[in-house]
Ligand binder design. Sequence first.
Ligand SMILES: CC(C)(COP(=O)(O)OP(=O)(O)OC[C@H]1O[C@@H](n2cnc3c(N)ncnc32)[C@H](O)[C@@H]1OP(=O)(O)O)[C@@H](O)C(=O)NCCC(=O)NCCS
Length: 185
Amino acid sequence: MIQIRDEIASDVAAREHLLDACFGPSRVLKTSQRLREGRLPARGLALSAVRDEKLVGTVRLWDVETGCGRPALLLGPLAVDPALQGAGLGGSLMREILGRAAAYGHGAVLLVGDAPYYARFGFAQAKADALYMPGPFERERFLGLELKAGALAGAEGVLRATGAFEALPEVAAEAAAAAARRRAA
Ligand SMILES: CC(C)(COP(=O)(O)OP(=O)(O)OC[C@H]1O[C@@H](n2cnc3c(N)ncnc32)[C@H](O)[C@@H]1OP(=O)(O)O)[C@@H](O)C(=O)NCCC(=O)NCCS
């Protein structure tokens, strides 16, 4: 049985391994990555699919803003273990994360991906046609979805990241040490 749940810290190594398997190591050169690096995913919007304690799927959403100041989420990467592709897990991850995003009050989701796949969830190129990624991107793969009617109407300009910053490793290590000291006290 496959469970979809919030991503936890111990998923990270397996998630990165899965993404390398699905997209290859050059994935880190994509412009989408520029909007994610150094940031945390949007609150409550990083999911893992797990089967028998093995990570078999991942999807995350990231806070961004359009050039005209409109908030949105950037989706990606979405990936499913190659051994399980075509069995509906990608769809389940998409429906779960889009449902959560809507429940948290977000208005719009953008992504760069295969239009024939994402169209089934309502994504369309027309919703992003006045928007730009902050680097090279394929226009026909840049798609938008409104979770609230009109959330992308008139949206234009270059996307920029607005998510919370990830803690630097040394800051995170110091916070963990301080927490351990507090527990021991
Ligand atoms: C794309 C991906 C997340 C889909 O997950 P999945 O669990 O395999 O997908 P589902 O089982 O929910 O859906 C399968 C359907 O999607 C279609 N599909 C899968 N990948 C597709 C793609 N890249 N383009 C168009 N259609 C695609 C399948 O043909 C199938 O269609 P059908 O329902 O008409 O038979 C997964 O295949 C994956 O991780 N691929 C590697 C990464 C990748 O190529 N990503 C490209 C998208 S940006």
